[in-house]
Ligand binder design. Sequence first.
Ligand code: SF4
Ligand code: MG
Length: 321
Amino acid sequence: MSALLELHGLSVDIGNRSLLEEVSFSLERSQILGLVGESGSGKSLTALTITGLLPLIGGRVTGGRILFDGMDMAQLSDSSRRKLRGGRIGFVMQNPMTALDPVQRIGEQVDVVSRLHLGLSHRDARARTLDLMAQLRIPEAKAVAEAYPHQLSGGMKQRIVIAIALAGDPDLIVADEPTTALDVTVQAQIIQILTGLVRERGLALLLITHDMGVVAQACDRVAVLYAGRLAEERAVGPLFETPAHPYTEALIGCIPRDEMGAGGLNGIQGTVPSAANFPPGCRFHPRCDRAVDICRTTRPAPRPLSDNGGVACHLAQGGSL
Ligand code: SF4
Ligand code: MG
């Protein structure tokens, strides 16, 4: 079976800056792919490109292709693309406060999606909305449907955003840091809800996060982005056991060591360079303690790993470091 979502060498520019360069990965139905990297690595930009929102931020695809269920997204008309988003592709944004309309009742914001994308009547749309709310374990769904966003907690608002993403009966959900704005207990609930949806409905989930703990817990595969390029892409087990890229290894090293988090974060030195100052060669070289001469001059080409993954590092030899 072919993948539901495939990125083939996707490159994206904003103005004259290249913010994504030849990014490739694929996602199958019933699968959760974690897209990870520090902020500034291009994760959100990838989400916006997949959901067709790139023009809103002045970006354009300069190379490569995105295939959704075999369709080349670039070949679709604007209206077909709009139909996909909210319909077969649901988008859960980072901040539920900005995703919801503050002056519209919650129920109406969910209803409109199934009216628009599934052609449901007002009445059927509301029944579907209440049903979705129940599935997302939203108590007193009828009262919540009549409420305005400011009357709900952050965790409840994020559930509503997920209900909106689900209302069009999607095959794919793109969730961009869906738990970042929430406290830890609520974060865990939201991740549980999302992973449950994948298992129960056979959805595909592209889960964008900078939290490797969430990745370890929830994802099947992982794509690691660094400064707009793919560093490594693999199944979650091998990625954590034998990371092939020094950046992956460093990200894993950032997970708090004990459950209480008392050990603190073992942060990676330095920061992701801005697109105006991407270094030559391997973009990670100024922060990499293994860098050798070639790293400073020559871009490491992506190469396959024996376990069906891929890595872009001069020192990775078809296996782990
Ligand atoms: Fe480090 Fe060189 Fe590998 Fe880049 S290519 S991650 S600088 S070892
Ligand atoms: Mg982001």
